[in-house]
Ligand binder design. Structure first.
Ligand code: ADP
Ligand code: MG
Length: 620
């Protein structure tokens, strides 16, 4: 048997040490937030304990679920005690000793490097809330007993630098007591008045009584069950901060109190900015599910479609039993109905903003547009509503446009909504594909968000208008009036095309005379139904073996370069002709971002430059 009575010393992993160092040395503003973090952990532990006991049906539950805070000015300590689930020895090592999310450290360092003020309020989002206590403590002691059957009491002590120690402890009742020995400059946190005001500020909404001295400090008010008109903006915003760990104001909220066939209360928020991990990591939902007032889970993703998983808040229903697994809830008709109601209400709110509060809507869309866009292929039942909510940059100006506005601007003869996929607005605006559109004053949507390549091309229509990719080969936008009077005669065009076809071989599907180019010499287009270059590039980046469909090379036969090539051909300057053809082709690849091997391109260019920069040879 292992000896659990003696003290065992552990070293923090390097990453944790760095994090602790950052917490202790960089977070100066808003240090009081540490108390919110400890209370929120205590409340999580109490929720888990209550839920477990309510669902295992083992008779009467006599536990008094509460949080007790004690301060001692003489000893310079503060402690937070709960009667929750407690921690086992393994929990202490695994749950407390490691950073849950891999991006956390990098993100905090990024913030620090950016020179932005490091607000301690940020810490709650990172899953390292406990360690924020080291901002104010030079030593922390945890005494804990896990509620499980053969669990043994454990003590954990650390000064937050290199190591922590675990010893077997003496706690007799399940739960956890965390005692901070305060730093010299943090003595204020042993004053009862100060602590009371911090609790009121950040933790008023905790579901369990918080005792300090003789009194209960918090009001135990289930805000979502309170009548809407009795909830102040301030209360709501505090509540949002409390459940989300976000430190900024929410962008908006929905308070639903639904009664009838289905009954539930919900208080939902749309954050004003995406949490740091939102698009970096697998997103977990942040919707808290309560059943008949009892907390069940804080990640009830089954109650919202994935494209709305930026919405945070609480849903409380009497119609779901406490004791059901996630899988059962997922498929229950009740959950489905709640989900469909929530979806409708949220989309309704967004479309209200979109028409009446454009600035707010644009802020929303900048932050969560990419999430909403995923609904274009996952949320088919709401596709029409979602399309109305989309905003895209376009060639018509600096601002994003809705599809509705785009359609209103379309001239009568235009049948399609045109779009171009690109990496960035800058490269989009320079694309040769736009030339003919700009000449004809046709507006093109510029889709530069990576998710666009996966979503919009799969949408067939907006109202009765189809979507057309400007790179698709069947476009025929140039009419006769566009043909230059000086253009190459037809039979010479054939010679030119053949020349290119022979040189490029099966690297292209075909070479044709362009009907769309105005200033550029050449461009690659996709055959109808083939994959867009942008999408193809994404596929390649995921799978290097991926081979896209062959492209059609379109030549601008009115371009002076084409005449020059023909002239050179007739004087038998084969190597220069070949180099030029290669250069035209690879240049077009380069513009699409698909030139994988630039070295040939450059050496060929150098060869050509040597020719044109050479001293004119003396006439013999
Ligand atoms: P988070 O709360 O986001 O998980 P924390 O750093 O605040 O991150 O806490 C880390 C983990 O430590 C918690 O997930 C929980 O498992 C454990 N823990 C912290 N405080 C308590 C407590 N009072 N009772 C039980 N477990 C706790
Ligand atoms: Mg926490």
């Amino acid at each position: 048997m292992s000896d659990t009575t003696s003290t065992q010393k552990f070293e923090y992993k390097a990453e944790m040490q760095q994090l602790l160092h950052l917490i202790i040395n960089s977070l100066y503003t808003n240090q009081e937030i540490f108390l919110r973090e400890l209370i929120s952990n205590a409340s999580d532990a109490l929720n888990k304990a209550r839920f477990q006991r309510l669902t295992d049906h083992s008779g009467e539950d006599s536990t008094e679920y509460k949080i007790t805070i004690t301060v001692d000015q003489d000893a310079n300590t503060l402690s937070v005690e709960d009667t929750g689930v407690g921690m086992t020895r393994d929990d202490l090592i695994e749950r407390l000793g490691t950073i849950a999310s891999s991006g956390t450290l990098a993100f905090i360092e990024e913030q620090k490097a950016s020179g932005k003020p490091m607000d301690a309020g940020m810490i709650g989002q990172f899953g390292v809330g406990f360690y924020s206590a080291f901002m104010v403590a030079d030593q922390i002691r945890i005494e804990t007993l896990h509620g499980g059957e053969d669990a043994e009491p454990m003590d954990w002590v650390s000064d937050g630098t290199g190591t922590y120690e675990i010893t077997s402890g003496t706690r007799s009742e399940p739960g956890t007591k965390i005692t901070l020995h305060l730093k010299e400059d943090a003595k204020e946190f042993s004053e009862e008045v100060r602590i009371r005001s911090i609790i009121r500020k950040y933790s008023n909404f905790v579901d369990f009584p918080i005792h300090l001295g003789e009194d209960q400090v918090n009001t135990l008010k289930a805000l979502w069950k309170t009548r809407k008109d009795e909830v102040s903006d301030e209360e709501r915003s505090e509540f949002y901060k409390f459940i989300s760990g976000d430190y900024s104001e929410p962008l908006g909220h929905l308070h639903l109190q639904i009664e009838g066939l289905l009954s539930f209360d919900a208080l939902l928020f749309i954050p004003s900015q995406a949490p740091y991990s939102f698009f970096r990591e697998e997103r977990r939902s942040d919707l808290h599910l309560y059943c008949s007032g009892v907390f069940v889970r804080d990640d009830a993703e089954e109650l919202l479609p994935e494209y709305l998983n930026f919405v945070r808040g609480i849903v409380d229903t009497d119609d779901l039993p406490l004791n059901v697994s996630r899988e059962v809830t997922q498929n229950s008709p009740v959950a489905k109905r709640i989900r469909s109601t929530l979806t409708g209400k949220i989309l309704g709110l967004l479309s209200e903003w979109a028409s009446d509060d454009i600035e707010r809507y644009n802020t929303f869309f900048e932050n969560f547009g990419p999430a909403l866009k995923t609904g274009l292929f996952t949320g088919l039942d709401k596709r029409d509503d979602l399309l109305e909510l989309m905003r895209y940059p376009s060639t018509s100006g600096e601002h994003v446009t809705s599809l509705e506005d785009y359609v209103t601007r379309m001239p009568d003869h235009q049948e399609s909504i045109y779009f171009l996929l690109a990496d960035s607005l800058e490269s989009a605006r320079k694309s040769p594909h736009l030339e003919v559109f700009s000449r004809k004053a046709l507006e093109v949507l510029l889709l530069v968000d990576p998710i666009d390549a996966l979503t919009l091309p799969n949408v067939e229509k907006y109202k009765d208008k189809t979507f057309t990719n400007v790179t698709s080969a069947e476009l025929d936008l140039r009419d006769d009036s566009d043909i230059e009077p000086e253009s190459i005669p037809g039979d010479e065009v054939d010679t030119l095309l053949t020349q290119f076809r022979v040189q490029l071989g099966d690297r292209v599907q075909d070479v044709v005379a362009s009907k769309r180019l105005v200033d550029s010499a050449a461009t690659l287009v996709t055959a109808k139904d083939a994959m867009d270059p942008q999408l193809e590039r994404m596929m390649k980046s995921m799978n290097p073996e991926f081979e896209g469909a062959k492209k059609v090379l379109e030549l601008n036969v009115d371009h002076p370069l084409m005449k020059n090539i023909l002239a050179l051909t007739s004087t038998n300057q084969d190597s220069l002709v070949n180099d030029t053809i290669e250069q035209v082709y690879e240049g077009a690849l380069l513009l699409d971002g698909n030139l994988t091997e630039p070295s040939d391109f450059v050496s060929r260019m150098t060869r050509i430059l040597v020719d044109v920069t050479a001293e004119p040879s003396p006439v013999s």
